[in-house]
Ligand binder design. Structure first.
Ligand code: FAD
Length: 514
């Protein structure tokens, strides 16, 4: 048996360093005789530098690698994220009807013995006009009033509300790099110029100008959109899904706060625009704002006009960064002795922040499926590829749901998004079932889903989808109890406000020791 002894991660962005940290921690890379983890990053090729919003799974990942939460906040300009507010997704500005809805990270409240609230909300049990997140969670009100998800003394990565982070993508890579080296990752600076393949098509070595040839038993490609190993060298095909999700360009700007103590939004704001949507993310020192759009429905000049109009005069002196990307993935993320993780393996557009979450998944799968015997590589690759492809397809369905339920007909972008030909059959089937009953956990195979049933419910009903429960009303006899619960949630959330600090104050206090 040929034992796996060395892993070389290529690329030092968020993906490369997360993989390296996780592998090093799990494989105890610093101990004598353990599997060696090296990382090589190019001194000349920069990071993409966007990717500022995360998903709650990041807390488990950062906790697993042993990084202090305060170190993350202080080092990466990070703040807390408790969900996403969607503006103008259902109807364009100026129309009659609600203009936004909230997708919180916390689940709908359900105390032991009390009824599940969703059916009663669908049957009109909540106060008139209250959206699901508002009626069924405390998080909605806390976030609207600018409160953070935890108290200063709460343990790292824990708090009463479910949360993730907003952070500076370049600075987070630096924080992880420092931490990774403490865990035993050996860092090298060099640019991979050429990939040498052996007679079986596996990678035999990487040629760099600075360090000559680099060799390992397993290569993890984290070279981002360049995809030097798994794409260029291993020729693993890319499966485009722009037939489902149209946006493929972004223009981003870093926006200063008007004053140093300006409040920081504790959620991402996703505002629908004529050919896509804008993200607005509050970090400690600045906001990150970007317009993601479809090149079939707009162009770079018009996109810059849209983002500048969205930001107003503050954008006059700001320099835009233009980015091209494609939604899709490599069905073979892992081929031979090479695994692609991060943008190199695939990307679903930034809505719902699945980029880094898919890096976490790839990292987790790789670490736990890693064969000790090199001859077992093919089996591990097959398992890895099946799991990650299934996740991509579920994520695609979830993101497409945001678009295809729109009532907007003001531009071709929104009209095209409702074309049934662009909606995957798996999503169409689910939507058809949910006309008569709400989403249930049995609709989802937990290990393959990134989003909990509650997330599907918040977005589905936030987009004003109609589930007709009237014929089933008699199956829900606990309306009075449910109404008492709705009232109790409002009272408890009013009390929680005095317990949880304002967002900026929380972040600043947690950074103080670092
Ligand atoms: P990169 O950050 O590009 O890093 C690539 C690394 O490879 C660099 O270190 C570079 O030096 C190195 N490299 C490249 N070529 C070579 C070579 N030849 N030799 C040696 N080293 C090399 N994700 C989220 O989770 N949330 C978001 O809100 C989000 N928003 C996004 C918005 C847009 C418009 C886009 C396009 C992506 C977004 N993402 C988001 C995805 C996110 O940016 C990435 O998943 C994340 O930053 C990881 O990137 P990466 O490490 O794969 O690539």
């Amino acid at each position: 048996m040929a034992r796996l002894q060395s892993i070389l991660v290529v690329g030092g962005g968020a993906a490369g360093w997360l993989v390296a940290c996780y592998l090093a921690k799990h494989l105890n890379a610093a101990a004598p005789g353990s599997i060696r983890v090296d990382l090589v990053e190019s001194p000349g090729i920069g990071l993409l530098g966007v990717g500022e919003a995360t998903f709650p799974s990041i807390r488990g990942t950062l906790s697993a690698i042993g990084l202090d939460e305060g170190a993350l906040l202080a080092g990466a300009d990070a703040t807390f994220k408790q969900g996403i507010r969607y503006d103008h997704w259902v109807r364009p500005p100026g129309s009659e009807g609600p203009s936004s809805f909230f997708h919180p990270f916390s689940l709908p409240s359900q105390r032991p013995g009390s009824p599940e609230l969703l059916p009663y909300w669908l049957l009109g049990g909540a106060p008139q006009g209250m959206q699901l997140a508002e009626a069924a969670t405390m998080q909605y009100r806390l976030v609207a009033q600018g409160h953070g998800p935890k108290r200063v003394g709460d343990p790292d990565y824990q708090g009463p509300m479910n949360y993730a982070y907003h952070f500076d993508a370049a600075r987070v890579a630096v924080v992880l790099a420092e931490h990774g080296q403490k865990l035993g990752v050996r860092r090298h600076e060099a640019t991979v110029e050429r990939v040498v393949l052996d007679e079986r098509g596996a990678i035999a070595g990487l040629v760099t100008q600075e360090l000559g040839e680099l060799k390992a038993d397993l290569y993890v490609d984290c070279t981002g959109l360049r995809s030097r190993l798994i794409g260029d060298a291993m020729q693993s095909p890319f499966r485009s899904r722009t037939d489902v999700l149209f946006v493929d360009r972004a223009v981003a700007m870093q926006v200063p706060y008007p004053r140093p103590d300006a409040p920081i939004a504790c959620y991402t704001i996703a505002t629908a625009q004529e050919a896509g949507w804008t993200w607005d993310i509050g970090l400690q020192q600045r906001r990150g704002v970007g317009y993601v759009y479809s090149s079939r429905h707009s162009d770079a000049t018009r996109a810059e006009e849209v983002i500048r109009r969205h930001l107003g005069p503050i954008s006059d002196k700001l320099k835009p960064l233009h980015i091209k990307f494609e939604t899709g993935y490599r069905p073979e993320h892992w081929r031979g002795n090479c695994v692609g993780i991060g943008l190199t393996g695939g990307f679903v557009e930034p809505l719902e922040s699945t980029g880094i979450a898919l890096v976490e998944l790839g990292t987790y799968l790789l670490t736990h499926l890693l064969p000790t015997d090199l001859d077992d590589m093919e089996r591990a690759a097959k398992h890895f590829n099946a799991m990650i492809c299934a996740r991509y397809e579920r994520v695609l369905d979830f993101i497409k749901m945001h678009y295809c339920l729109t009532q907007r007909t003001d531009t071709t972008f929104w009209i095209d998004n409702t074309d049934p030909a662009s909606i995957p059959e798996t999503l169409r089937e689910r939507l058809a079932a949910w006309r008569h009953r709400p989403p249930h956990r049995l609709d989802f195979v937990t290990d393959l889903e990134m989003f909990m049933p509650a997330s599907w419910q918040y977005v589905l009903y936030g987009m004003e989808f109609h589930t007709d429960l009237e014929p089933m009303r008699s199956s829900y006899p606990r309306m009075e109890e449910a109404q008492r619960e709705f009232a109790a949630i409002q009272q408890v959330s009013a009390r929680a406000m005095s317990d949880l600090p304002k967002h900026r104050a929380l972040v600043e206090q947690m950074c103080q020791a670092y």
